[in-house]
Design a protein around this ligand. Structure first.
Ligand code: FE2
Length: 237
């Protein structure tokens, strides 16, 4: 299947814990193309400690630079800006232009959080983004300890309006792993809005490919098209 659209990857070089060099970014982009991807959102971690890199205009500039490198190397992957926000209580002090959104359009955003229990700031933070007109997408809920301990929390997440992005890597984890079991369960239950590779480097790419193969075993073609080809372009507009 060609024409896949990756909704989550860390291939901008030297920014976060993803690719470290342009050479590594090119290798990952080539690997994505071989796997069937033609488009990808670059979603670097938006961490407050990355002082040199946390504004939408900076993300756009980095994406332009990498796109030029891909074009020069004839790697047919079209890049779009985005970001993976890390939920923190001080979000509530952010102003609207500071929020990094998909394609910087101010309609959809992606966030992650690593928690055992739901913190008191969780719903206010989600509402803060929603009140700015954003549809809020939770990255890889199958990796969160709170869903391992309380899978039913997914119902509450959905009730407050969150959409979900599943990670291919989790579908490639050992079949005894909770991440894999929950990823397969959430896919079966139709909870995902989209899937993402969450590519960080070439070393961990193999497991993401295994995950993609597993998704192809589990899901029918219409579902795969919806999660990897039809819903992702909605984030561009
Ligand atoms: Fe990520």
């Amino acid at each position: 299947m060609n024409g896949l659209f990756d909704t989550h990857c860390h291939i901008l070089p030297g920014i976060d814990d993803g690719c470290e060099t342009f050479a590594a970014s090119l290798e990952c982009a080539r690997a994505l193309v071989r796997a069937g991807y033609t488009r990808a959102f670059c979603t670097p971690h938006i961490w407050p400690n990355l002082a040199h890199f946390n504004r939408p205009d900076q993300v756009a500039s980095y994406v332009d630079q990498l796109q030029r490198r891909l074009d020069d190397a004839s790697v047919p992957l079209e890049l779009f800006p985005g970001g993976e926000l890390s939920m923190r209580p001080d979000w509530l002090e952010m102003t609207r232009p500071q929020i990094v959104t998909y394609n910087l359009k101010g309609r959809f955003c992606l966030f992650d959080i690593w928690i055992d229990e739901i913190p008191s700031c969780f719903e206010p933070c989600v509402r803060f983004l929603q009140n700015h007109g954003l549809t809020v997408i939770l990255a890889h809920p199958e990796r969160m300890r709170v869903t391992h301990l309380h899978p039913e929390v997914m119902d509450w997440f959905a009730e407050i309006g969150l959409l979900f992005q599943g990670n291919l890597q989790c579908f490639g984890d050992p079949d005894t792993a909770m991440t894999r079991q929950l990823a397969e369960r959430f896919l079966r239950e139709g909870r995902y809005f989209m899937l993402g590779s969450d590519t960080h480097n070439l070393r961990s790419f193999e497991i993401r490919l295994r995950g993609l193969a597993r998704v192809r075993e589990l899901a029918d073609e219409a579902t795969i098209r919806r999660l990897m080809m039809e819903n992702p372009p909605k984030l561009v507009e």
